[in-house]
Design a protein around this ligand. Sequence first.
Ligand SMILES: NC(=O)c1ccc[n+]([C@@H]2O[C@H](COP(=O)([O-])OP(=O)(O)OC[C@H]3O[C@@H](n4cnc5c(N)ncnc54)[C@H](O)[C@@H]3O)[C@@H](O)[C@H]2O)c1
Ligand SMILES: O=C(O)C1=N[C@H](C(=O)O)CCC1
Length: 252
Amino acid sequence: MAERLPVAVLGANGRMGSEAVRAVSAAGDMELVAALGRGDSLEGLLDAGARYVVDLTVPDATEANVRFAVEHGIHAVVGTTGWSEERLGALRRLLAASPGTGVLIAPNFALGAVLASAFAAKAARYFESVEIVELHHPDKVDAPSGTAVRTAQLIAAARSEAGLGASPDATTTALDGARGADVDGVRVHAVRLRGLVAHQEVLLGGPGEQLTLRHDSFDRASFMPGVLVGLREVAAHPGLTVGLDGYLDLGL
Ligand SMILES: NC(=O)c1ccc[n+]([C@@H]2O[C@H](COP(=O)([O-])OP(=O)(O)OC[C@H]3O[C@@H](n4cnc5c(N)ncnc54)[C@H](O)[C@@H]3O)[C@@H](O)[C@H]2O)c1
Ligand SMILES: O=C(O)C1=N[C@H](C(=O)O)CCC1
């Protein structure tokens, strides 16, 4: 029988981390060797013999956690948001010095969300206008969501490749924030509402028609199959992969 993957979870007491602890513990091909929270030393990863780490912490902590993992040849599956291009560049340089190590930065582990972003990128070239509305629980610390940023980037790249300019917008006066954030030229609006988990709508408009691509995570269980796919695949993908779609054959 193949050896079980020795996995550690960082942020183990959080909303996502506690769900990941349950999912890894229940996976027959994995062994949960450490569950670390804020204030725990990362040396605990080495003491526990972790070869895989899942990071579900906070934007301020994730970069140092992943750096520690890579420096010790531990594969990392990262769901924490806040990875700017600058941070990703530094991580790529770090990984170049650790050629066998894999890191997945996945802004969203829910299969439906990954598909919705891919569909949006596919559709983007056919519509004059596009805006994104992301809706989350009010305990979320970052806005816009990592998923919305990634979706906007994919859409912007597709529009640019198709030679499309900016979405039409005649606004000349507006209250600060009224038109949302500008992510690579795509307007992103963030809603924070008690009762929500994680939701996103991509609105694509053309003359006389609208296509709306909506995804809803009603429960954090929705993210766990993607976390497990990430753990099973990360060692086979050395270097940095951004987006779970990098491990899936979406055929789009
Ligand atoms: N990729 C996805 O599919 C996905 C889904 C949901 C949430 N997220 C992201 O995951 C992150 C966590 O979300 P959450 O809702 O679980 O937040 P949360 O606040 O419930 O949990 C974060 C946990 O990390 C702990 N923590 C902080 N610094 C730490 C450190 N240095 N080491 C270990 N633990 C530390 C906190 O004490 C807390 O328990 C956020 O960035 C969120 O955007 C990603
Ligand atoms: O609950 C959160 O926080 C979420 N964060 C990710 C993001 O910022 O995109 C994924 C969805 C849930």
